[in-house]
Design a protein around this ligand. Sequence first.
Ligand SMILES: Cc1cc2nc3c(=O)[nH]c(=O)nc-3n(C[C@H](O)[C@H](O)[C@H](O)COP(=O)(O)OP(=O)(O)OC[C@H]3O[C@@H](n4cnc5c(N)ncnc54)[C@H](O)[C@@H]3O)c2cc1C
Ligand SMILES: Cc1cc2nc3c(=O)[nH]c(=O)nc-3n(C[C@H](O)[C@H](O)[C@H](O)COP(=O)(O)O)c2cc1C
Length: 783
Amino acid sequence: MKVAIIGGGPAGLYSAILLKKQRPEADITVYERNRADDTFGFGVVFSDATLDNFEKYDPPSYRRITQEFAYWDDIAVHFRGTVHRVGGNGFCGCSRRQLLLILQERARELGVKLMFETEISDEARFADADLVVIADGINSRFREKHAAHFEPDVDLRSNVFAWMGSTRPLDAFTFIFQETEWGPFIAHAYQYEAGRSTWIFETDPETFERAGLTGLDEKQSADRMADIFGWFLEGHPLLTNRSMWRNFPMIRSQRWVKDNMVLLGDAKATAHFSIGSGTKLAMEDANALADAMRGAPTVKAALATYEQGRREEVEKTQHAADVSLVWFEHVDRFWDFDPVQFAFGVMTRAKAITYDNLTLRAPEFVSEVDKAFARHVRGQGFDVDVEKPLAPMFQPFRLREMQLANRAVVSPMCMYSAKEGVPQDFHLVHYGSRAIGGAGLIFTEMTCVGRDARITPGCAGLWNDEQESAWRRIVEFVHANSAAKICLQLGHAGRKGATKLMWDGMDRPLEQGGWDVISASPIPYFPDSRMPREMDRAAMDRVKAEFVAAAERGERCGFDMLELHCAHGYLLASFISPLTNRRTDDYGGSLENRLRYPLEIFEALREVWPSHKPMSVRISATDWAEGGITGDDAVQVARAFAERGVDLVDVSTGQTVRDAQPIYGRMFQTPFSDQVRNEARVATMCVGNITTSDQVNTILAAGRADLVALGRPHLVDPGFTMKAAAWYGAADTFCPPQYLPGKEQIFRNSVRDRQDFEDLKIKAKPKTRAELKAEATKPLAAE
Ligand SMILES: Cc1cc2nc3c(=O)[nH]c(=O)nc-3n(C[C@H](O)[C@H](O)[C@H](O)COP(=O)(O)OP(=O)(O)OC[C@H]3O[C@@H](n4cnc5c(N)ncnc54)[C@H](O)[C@@H]3O)c2cc1C
Ligand SMILES: Cc1cc2nc3c(=O)[nH]c(=O)nc-3n(C[C@H](O)[C@H](O)[C@H](O)COP(=O)(O)O)c2cc1C
């Protein structure tokens, strides 16, 4: 077998080693345009988990690599004169040059041919090769040459960065967030060998420009960085080596394989440096290729296996990298946070690290986070314990005069079980049991303001006396038997009206018994949906009056709060999104115009809704579709409602157009809540695939939302909050006297359960290499 490998970086060399081990008879050559020791960059960083992989795949190179490594466990976050350290992270660093020399030596030992100073310009010279590995790095000539086939997508990010080095010793992975007169600068720094550390500097393009960095050469810009970070460098120099400022390209390729050619490493896909090195991805690609080649009947089959098997892992890493880089791009959002909350945000930015996870690893740090959170709550006039604070989920919250006992919320969920809009016994049991279950706030399902405003024949309404008294019964039950507050969500289905019950076909038009539907513009939801009538002024006035009448009924029912539903493609959402609003009058066109009618309704409701009671608005913060609403628009929408007195923005997304392409995942809508809260400076509630109280605490502690709503988890678990209260020891959580023995039991058991869980976690966690090294070098105790 003949293998040609273009590029002698980590991907090229490691794949050569693994393939040669697997097939000693194969003729494998690596072609590298540079000289053997002619390498750029300073250090590379690997997690313990990555090193475990190296050990598995090639013990000799693993041993040599780890002999050269610097180990550390802590992450240190420097921000506004404070430093917060979090242990238990398990990282290692080594010099990139040293790493490549080790891999070259190992490859040579195995019989791989290494051709340095050999630039490849045409793969045709490898016509007789069985396999061509394209590992030519981030600017891959061959990926671009065959761009029509590989279909790369290069997303050049807005922040600029430069890699430098220093002799400054570091005992932790160090983040420095530095305020300057021009704006924020960030340093990501770590030691990779004795007396050598890597420094990546990052800033936004405006700060870069204001700091006068444009046009400076390497030395001049290093001097400028040394001025800014001089207080930390303590006289150590900054070193440069091709340290030019650039924008990070997030590269994704549709295809990684063409005939017998395969893309590996940076050539195929990149991951932002803030979640670890691209070197890790490059070397793990080589592992995956070797796995696929082992026992495959043909090279073609092996390459198909490689691509299929590896893609999900790479995309997951890239998604985490995206989330992380966006955090760094918007660091100014958090600049006025309490430093410990800021540090918590840094630690949890990419979702992998959570509140509970940090509680195990760094209990003092989390205790500080809790205290800062509680201090803030105390500052708002609540008499909460700051010395032994409850977890953020169990801190109270106030909107106008409504006080919530905790921050867990039952998200609005249509039950499709009303009769002619009248809530039934099902609703009483449904809302009643969730209120007793401990959530601080319960939302009603979308309650429709008129018969024709319903989504389905099973939707609840509030346009007549019978409905009013049924809702009053539910509200009175909730108030009499729980500490929960209850919010009425009012809405109008718009073009999604006259559709089937959820279990008969979500959003599908009714075959019989439908009614006329209206919308901002005459665009049906599905091609075969009922054609909506474009609302004229008379229709707008009529619907507005319906909303006002329903709100007045809501007040008579005793609801504590009112939400206006402007999300998910229903009537008011259809005005806001440019994809569903094609009007040419004052209610179409600019975002300002598209918001006019929803704001008009909001103002009319605010006028009749008692001023001591809060109001929220639910928005779809993105359409997840080309040309639709984006997070930036959502900030404008939130600001417009806030100016008119909204107390809380309930940040959901999508469901506005059929051809949306949402990116689902854990807590997938939380970044939008974060953006709206910290840019528009308005209280938010987030929701969407949040399933654990650990996630609730992570979101709240990081300042990404003020309240957290859970929908589906509450459908199967009305006692979600009570269980979390037992876990976190929130003993004051209200429980009606009938259920107290159950509460006592769960609280008693949870102390033991939690201890068992923590012991198990600690036992299951292998020691980090830094811990092992520290143990091995510990001096014997003095006699
Ligand atoms: C300036 C810079 C500094 C970096 N510093 C660090 C760092 O300090 N720490 C870290 O973890 N990561 C660093 N990275 C990122 C890291 O180097 C990459 O993620 C990782 O090396 C990817 O490995 P690779 O093998 O896919 O590509 P590369 O390491 O880029 O290797 C590709 C190789 O192909 C060669 N090549 C390209 N075209 C041809 C051709 N036509 N013919 C022959 N040879 C060719 C190149 O010379 C290069 O040696 C840095 C990246 C850059 C651009
Ligand atoms: C059965 C069901 C009905 C829903 N009905 C409504 C509704 O009436 N009004 C609303 O704003 N959202 C509604 N939603 C959306 C939820 O409020 C929530 O945003 C969504 O389920 C995502 O949260 P989750 O992942 O916690 O379930 C509904 C969701 C479900 C599962």
